[in-house]
Design a protein. Structure first.
Length: 196
């Protein structure tokens, strides 16, 4: 009878230990999956911010430099003169030649304006990807990561302030690192207490 009681207690302890280890293992796996998800969303956000920076840089190079404005004025002037000359050669009066020239210049300026607006509209896609990647991070259980994500979103809205954007990217990177680093094990904590 004593042997049966001992076996029952022993089996109960083994079952309790197995149950505890299984739950502990499952919890660690869940935490690791959560850290992997955070890493994936953070990577997607970093790529989207990089795409936004690149698109903004290209946009500035193509459309916002002073030389580009001068180029547009020069081309519009040439279109006006060329249109007026063509109308004059075709037998038009001074007034009709001038109007044709102005029409050609207006056409060119309208095309430049349309293309410029399309270039600015191309920034919408990186902004959409930034928002999609940031949304899950804003609901993460890590307050510092939420704050860093919000600040990065704010900095991305003014992509021309590259210094602020780089600062917020660095803060975000540190917050991701903290959020995705597994907590130290008991053994590591004991070692740290002993050495510290």
């Amino acid at each position: 009878m004593l042997e049966q009681a001992f076996a029952l207690v022993s089996n109960g302890l083994v079952a309790l230990l197995v149950w505890r280890l299984t739950n502990h293992s499952r919890d660690r796996q869940d935490q690791e999956r959560e850290r992997e998800a955070v890493r994936g969303h953070a990577d997607a956000l970093l790529v989207a911010v990089s795409d936004l920076k690149a698109a903004s840089t290209v946009n500035r190079m193509l459309w916002e430099r002073p030389v580009e404005g001068l180029r547009t004025v020069l081309l519009a002037g040439l279109a006006v003169v060329g249109g007026a000359a063509g109308a004059r050669i075709a037998g038009g009066t001074d007034t009709s030649s001038g109007l044709v020239g102005l029409g050609r210049g207006a056409e060119l300026l309208a095309q430049e304006r349309i293309v410029g607006k399309q270039a600015v509209a191309a920034l919408r896609e990186p902004f959409n990807r930034i928002a999609a990647a940031a949304a899950p991070l804003l609901h993460s259980p890590f307050p510092d990561l939420i704050t860093a994500t919000e600040e990065l979103l704010g900095a991305a809205e003014n992509v021309t302030d590259t210094v602020r954007l780089e600062e917020k990217l660095a803060v975000f990177g540190r917050a991701v690192l903290v959020a995705t680093t597994p907590p130290p094990s008991r053994r590591e904590r004991r070692r740290a207490r002993r050495s510290g």
